[in-house]
Design a protein around this ligand. Structure first.
Ligand code: ZN
Length: 110
C-alpha cells in the first residue's frame, strides 16, 4: 500500500479488483501459452460425434454416419431437406445429377 501512495489514490482503485487469475492470464498470453479452458474447448471440437440413430462414433468432420448414413447434424438434415425440395420441384433434376455422377465415374449406364 505504501508504494501506491495514499489509500485514496486512483492507482489503488484501478488495480484493486484484479485477481491472481487475471495476472496469470496476462502472463500466459504474453508467453503464448493457451489457457486450460481453451484447450478443453479445442478437445471438444476434435472429439468424435456419436450418431443418434445407431450410436456409432464418427470423426467430427463427417456430415453423415459411416455406419448407417444418417445425417449427423441438424445443419446437414436441413441441407438434405432443401435438396429434397429442389428434387421434388424438378422431376428431372435427380436424373441429371445421377447421369453427371455416372459420367464423372466413367460407369457405363444400363
Ligand atoms: Zn449411424
Amino acid at each position: 500500500m505504501l508504494a501506491w501512495g495514499a489509500i485514496g489514490s486512483n492507482m489503488l482503485s484501478t488495480y484493486a479488483h484484479l485477481t491472481v487469475d487475471d495476472a496469470d492470464r496476462e502472463l500466459m498470453q504474453f508467453y503464448g501459452v493457451v489457457p486450460e479452458e481453451e484447450l478443453n474447448q479445442a478437445d471438444n471440437t476434435m472429439s468424435p460425434q456419436q450418431c443418434k440413430h445407431c450410436g456409432m462414433l464418427n470423426p467430427r468432420s463427417n456430415q453423415f454416419c459411416g455406419g448407417c448414413a444418417s445425417a449427423l447434424s441438424a445443419e446437414t438434415v436441413a441441407t438434405m431437406a432443401d435438396l429434397q425440395k429442389e428434387i421434388d420441384l424438378d422431376s428431372q433434376l435427380l436424373q441429371r445429377i445421377t447421369q453427371m455422377v455416372l459420367e464423372a465415374q466413367n460407369i457405363p449406364q444400363s
